[in-house]
Design a protein around this ligand. Structure first.
Ligand code: ADP
Length: 449
């Protein structure tokens, strides 16, 4: 099949990123949009734009029927799901396959396997990827059995939803007295938020870093890992600042882990880009989950590896061999990404509205991925991420300096941005010294308050 056109089932900065990658491959792009995004400037950069539904995501970007109808109407050959929305929805991947189109991601059965965090962990453990200690499988209904399982793993624990994501559906438990209540509450939350009450438990690590490995595989046996990223700087389990490579983690350990990840991908016939997420504490890596889609933070790996990851993702999905050997992958320098959200910098309250003016930074080593221009509307219906500032430098300190300068240049009127939060974190001694843990950012904010 000769593929000519790609429908982009997403919005905002990632939709534009995909449009740009498609252009390098000579592919036509069809962007879909909701009523709320109708007038967005980036839509004009696609070859065609189609409105598929209302402002509420479940009537547009999350509506499988609406997306499939649009794909059929415009005669798209393939669908790129971006991140979030339907990107890790096995039913969607299956609908795309069933319609005879190409899903730009792994096959639907692999999407499903990795979307079930319990099944994903079991599979990875079986394939030799080191995992966080925890319940081997779902927690039973019987409170006594749960207590026994918790005692065996040892407190503190974290209870998680098997179908969870986006940092939701997790609860920390410090002693057996609060276990029962926490299980009930997490189960209920999981039922409501993910329509799946299945939960499991893990050892809660007190001061880990979040380190992840980027892989890309062609499903035909070729695969490489493209280095690692540190995504420890989080608020409410949501990443805010990411960097590559993870400072202070021995290269040899990353290489060993990367090899294991690629071997696991080969074993399951993985096709596409993927991210293996680990907690890293006391020199030990422990797998928590795999993301089967392009990630928000992919640009830092592009900056250090020199590889256009979205382009490669599309190429392998269209059936082309990866054509890249591990020995040809070299990562150099350092890269940092700051996620620019339309929100009040310190309390995180969303700040939607019309962007009256917009001035993006630039200069050596600065890349800005955004769909925003002066006059853009930031709707209240979706994620508040509107831009990513990515800085590259020979080393980490040059990178931090460039980022601080870029953040100072970034201006917007009409909406609030979280730029100042980033500057505070980047200037903090703990960040400068790379004393990182998943609590660092909240600790910095607490010290400042
Ligand atoms: P999600 O899919 O919602 O992002 P993850 O399982 O990837 O959920 O976890 C998100 C974040 O929660 C991690 O980056 C980490 O900060 C924290 N976390 C998850 N599991 C543990 C654990 N076992 N111990 C400590 N922190 C954890």
């Amino acid at each position: 099949m000769s593929v000519r056109s790609i429908l982009i089932a997403n919005r905002g900065e990632i939709a534009l990123r995909i449009i740009r990658a498609c252009r390098t491959l000579g592919l036509r792009t069809i962007a879909v949009c909701s009523e709320a995004d109708r007038g967005a400037a980036y839509l004009a950069l696609a070859d065609r734009a189609v409105c598929i539904g209302g402002a509420a995501a479940d009537t547009s970007y999350l509506d499988i029927g609406a997306v499939m109808l649009a794909a059929a109407a415009v005669g798209a050959d393939a669908i790129h799901p971006g991140y979030g929305f339907l990107s890790e929805n096995g039913d969607f991947a299956e609908a795309v396959e069933g319609a005879g189109l190409i899903f730009i991601g792994p096959t639907s059965d692999v999407v499903r396997l990795m979307g079930d965090k319990i099944a994903a962990k079991a599979k990875m453990r079986e394939l030799g990827v080191p995992c966080v200690a925890g319940s081997h499988g779902a927690l039973p209904d019987d409170p006594q059995l749960c207590q026994a399982c918790a005692t065996e793993v040892g407190y503190p624990l974290i209870i998680k939803a098997a179908g969870g994501g986006g940092g939701r559906g997790m609860r920390i438990v410090r002693d057996s007295a609060s276990l029962h209540q926490a299980i009930g509450a997490t189960r209920e939350e999981a039922r409501r938020a993910f329509a799946n009450p299945t939960i499991y438990l893990e050892k809660f690590l007190e001061h880990p870093r979040h380190v992840e490995i980027q892989v890309i595989c062609d499903g035909g046996g070729e695969g490489v890992w493209l280095g690692a990223r540190d995504c420890s700087m989080q608020r409410r389990h949501q990443k805010l600042i990411e960097e590559a490579p993870p400072p202070g983690v021995p290269e040899a350990n990353i290489a060993e882990l990367g090899e294991r990840c690629v071997a696991a991908c080969r074993a399951i016939g993985y096709r596409g880009v993927g991210t293996f997420e680990f907690l890293y504490q006391d020199g030990i890596f422990a797998f928590i989950e795999m993301n089967t889609r392009i990630q928000v933070e992919h640009p830092i790996t592009e900056e250090t590896s020199g590889i256009d990851i979205v382009r490669e993702q599309i190429r392998v999905a269209l059936g082309e061999p990866l054509g890249l050997r591990q020995s040809e992958v070299t990562c150099r320098g350092h890269a940092i990404e700051c996620r620019i959200n339309a929100e009040h910098p310190f309390d995180g309250i969303p700040s939607p509205g019309r962007v009256e003016s917009w001035l993006a930074p630039g200069g050596p080593g600065i890349r800005v991925d955004t769909h925003i221009v002066a006059g853009s509307e930031v709707p209240s219906h979706y994620d508040s991420l509107i831009a990513k500032v990515i800085a590259r430098g020979e080393d980490r300190s040059e990178c931090i300096e460039r980022m601080l300068s870029a953040l100072a240049d970034l201006r917007a009127e009409g909406i609030r941005l979280n730029t100042e939060l980033h500057s505070v974190v980047l200037k903090d001694a703990s960040f400068r010294d790379a004393r990182l843990s998943i609590h660092s950012l909240e600790d910095i904010l607490r010290r400042r308050a």
